[in-house]
Write a protein that binds this ligand. Structure first.
Ligand code: 1HN
Length: 347
């Protein structure tokens, strides 16, 4: 590989003339823009322990009334990317949000897409596009770009969930903004996961005639995801991972344009070594004790802990229990990378 010319090698007056005309020579920066072989990664493999976050989130509940926060969130910020940039990985935003009984997080809509993954508590719900979506532990709720959403809490005790957004990508496009709205009118009926999309393989007949919403299913109850993982595990070779992707039931494609959502079951004692891939990810332990080796870093995770996986990382997941299964929730940016044409899985 040839060594390219540097800025210092150019006459000072020439460089000043370029600067004066808002021009920049590429060659001194070319190797930084295109490192050879693997990308330059600032994202650190790190873990956020739920016990550390939860304490401080409950303190925020005392310190900051919901009216002063709108969303009472502590952001899981990767130190390698600068805490102020609010990135768990370069393209994934993660926060932990607290709502207390009778509070509401007011109605709004915005350009970033989000999912919520419920970590703790009963009685919370999100209203998306007029649909009331109950939030039980492990449930996944979609709030796709530009759909109205607000959160409420009719139960007792704190409700805490993981917010997952494609915010870093939308911010990088200078396209992130929100609109506030009046509280939504709730359609007084069970959510569509209980009525129109009860099981895989069955969709409303009308959808075949082209009458379909862009986001037909907005809630994926954990109870069903967990059962589906267990059924799959019962017949899956130990050499293969037990992993299910959350998809749009009308298209069979990922739920959201940028972020991919999936759930993993690690059987008792299982060591999973997924192939190295170009995407970044966030892993969240739903249940169990898991050692995650990410590049050369080993992180020990237990229920409700969250981990950042950089792009191109080597990953090894170990279920530390020889008796109980472990369950993980995964978010990655593979859908965006696929659309951009560079998603890769390496040998
Ligand atoms: C948002 O709309 C929510 O609706 C939570 O609960 C976190 C972080 C950045 C931008 C929008 C919510 C958010 C957010």
């Amino acid at each position: 590989m040839t060594t390219l010319g540097t800025l210092d090698e150019l006459p000072r007056e020439y460089v000043e003339g370029l600067t004066a005309h808002n021009l920049v020579p590429l060659w001194p920066s070319l190797r930084r823009a295109l490192p050879q072989g693997t990308p330059h990664r600032r994202t650190k493999p790190i873990i956020w322990h739920y016990s550390d976050v939860r304490t401080r989130l409950l303190q925020a509940g005392d310190l900051t009334p919901i009216e002063k926060a709108e969303r009472r969130v502590l952001v899981l910020a990767n130190p390698g990317l600068g805490l102020e940039n609010m990135q768990a990985t370069a393209s994934i935003y993660i926060g932990l949000q607290l709502i207390l009984p009778r509070e509401t997080a007011p109605n709004h809509r915005h350009t970033p897409s989000a999912v919520r993954f419920v970590v703790e508590g009963d009685g919370g719900f999100t209203i998306v596009d007029g649909e009331k979506l109950p939030m039980e532990r492990g449930d996944l709720i979609l709030t796709p770009a530009l759909l109205w959403h607000e959160h409420c809490h009719e139960g007792s005790g704190p409700v805490i969930w993981l917010d997952v957004l494609d915010l870093p990508t939308v911010l990088a496009q200078e396209a992130s903004y929100a609109l506030e709205g009046a509280p939504q009118k709730i359609r007084n009926q069970p959510d569509q996961s209980q009525t129109h999309y009860r099981r895989a393989g069955l969709v409303p007949y009308q959808a075949l005639q082209g009458i379909r919403a862009a986001y037909p299913l907005l809630r994926y109850p954990w109870k069903e995801v967990r059962e589906a993982l267990q059924s799959m595990a019962s017949v899956t070779d130990r050499a293969e991972m037990v992993q299910l992707a959350y998809v749009n039931p009308q298209t069979g494609l990922e739920c959201l344009p940028v972020l991919g959502i999936s759930a993993i079951m690690l059987r008792p004692g299982e060591i999973a070594q997924p192939r190295r891939r170009s995407s970044s990810a966030v892993l969240h332990v739903v249940d169990g004790e898991v050692d995650a080796e990410i590049d050369a870093v080993t992180l020990s995770a237990t229920a409700s802990d969250t981990l950042a996986v950089p792009t191109h990382a080597m990953v090894k997941l170990t279920n530390k229990s020889s008796k109980k299964a472990a369950f993980l929730f995964q978010v990655d940016d593979a859908p965006m990378q696929r659309k951009l044409g560079f998603f890769e899985i390496f040998d």
